[in-house]
Design a protein around this ligand. Structure first.
Ligand SMILES: NC(=O)c1ccc[n+]([C@@H]2O[C@H](COP(=O)([O-])OP(=O)(O)OC[C@H]3O[C@@H](n4cnc5c(N)ncnc54)[C@H](O)[C@@H]3O)[C@@H](O)[C@H]2O)c1
Length: 339
């Protein structure tokens, strides 16, 4: 593979599981420079300042400089952490991402958002800095579990709904989703769509909010269930990221319909397709749960004067960002899931 890069040395920041599954992958890229491998334990809790300090120290001790290269080898957790480390070390050294999850390939590794969590709060400290390159290799899809596939597939559904009606129809033809169903051309389209938007609005001032479809409510649901799981000392999440976004997309499609933008039939089609792929979506919310989830929506960074910022669909394949809804509208949209 010709990467057009001639670094003096390479730091591979790698997810430990990925290293075990693909121990020779980096060697196969044929770099002509010394390679140092720093393995990171998987898990969101390791997207932390402690891990960043450990990696910065290793770069320093091994005399990495601006002529060196960092390769982030893993899912979104590693590209967020490694991108953050590379873009802050010596005020920024070059890095490339080799995403190994579907979510990483079509979302996390693309677009230059590099970030760590702080005191358990997600994505609090970070940079916006683009990787030199993102290498997409569908080989990595083979070892993903059904849940990992569904986590990334939620984002693929999102891209179809906001920008590609044909992709939506192709997805719609599937009864369920398996690793081998994911086509490289779908991934390539999602990546180029995101790259185009990022090129126009790298710093997330307006247009980029379109990528947030399903995420205002989705993030609030994810935060709500994460807290609930912590309180109940559950070791496995009740609602994964992909499931939260899937639910968020149904609820935000409903808001698009109620605001007169999306037809009722399109909303019902979206709801039916998403419920078919995500069979165990939680659909019964109590009044107090809805209140807590709406309160979490209000905290979203993109809000303005207490109104909740939602990307809305005008039709399948066409979305517009920055619509504002009230807390009451949001509560009603979550409530309709109970029907
Ligand atoms: N920066 C962005 O724009 C952006 C966008 C979306 C999500 N994210 C972030 O991405 C992270 C989630 O990423 P993720 O879903 O890729 O999860 P992840 O990176 O946490 O990985 C999930 C699990 O998959 C394993 N894994 C990775 N590749 C594998 C493979 N090929 N085969 C088998 N197992 C494999 C990992 O070891 C881990 O156990 C979150 O931290 C989220 O905040 C960032």
């Amino acid at each position: 593979m010709d990467l057009e890069l001639t670094p003096n040395k390479i730091a591979v920041i790698a997810d430990q599981n990925v290293l075990q599954l693909f121990p020779y992958y980096i060697d196969s890229l044929g770099f002509d420079a010394p390679v140092f491998v720093f393995s990171v334990l998987p898990g969101e809790q390791n997207k932390s300042i402690e891990e960043a300090v450990y990696l910065w120290q290793n770069l320093l001790e091994n005399h990495f400089d601006k002529q060196s290269l960092v390769i982030n080898f893993g899912g979104g957790m590693v590209s967020d952490l490694g991108g953050f480390v590379a873009s802050t070390y010596q005020r920024g050294i070059p890095f490339i991402n080799i995403p190994t999850t579907l979510l990483g390939m079509i979302d996390a590794a693309v677009g230059g958002k590099n970030v760590i969590n702080l005191n358990g709060v997600k994505n609090m400290v970070g940079t916006i800095n683009l990787p030199e390159k993102v290498i997409i290799d569908t080989l990595f899809l083979k070892t993903l579990s059904p849940l990992q596939i569904l986590d990334g597939f939620g984002e693929m559904i999102k891209y179809a709904l906001i920008g590609n009606e044909n992709l939506w129809h192709e997805i719609n033809n599937l009864e369920n989703i398996k690793n081998q169903d994911i086509k490289k051309e779908w991934i390539d389209w999602c990546v180029s769509f995101k790259e185009k938007i990022v090129q126009e609005d790298l710093y997330d001032q307006g247009l980029r909010h379109i990528l947030n479809f399903g995420h205002t409510i989705g993030h609030a649901l994810e935060a709500y269930f994460m807290q609930k799981d912590r309180d109940e000392k559950k070791s496995f999440p009740t609602v994964s990221h992909g499931h939260a976004v899937a639910l968020g997309m149904v609820i935000e499609s409903y808001l698009s319909y109620r605001n007169g933008l999306l037809s009722q039939s399109a909303f019902e089609e979206i709801r039916a397709v998403i419920l078919r792929f995500y069979k165990n979506l939680i659909k019964d919310f109590s009044a107090s749960q809805i209140k807590t989830i709406v309160d979490l929506c209000v905290l979203d960074k993109k809000n303005c004067n207490g109104r909740i910022n939602i990307t809305m669909l005008e039709s399948i394949g066409h979305a517009t960002p920055n619509h504002f809804v009230s807390e009451e509208e949001c509560a009603e949209a979550i409530m309709q899931m109970n029907a």
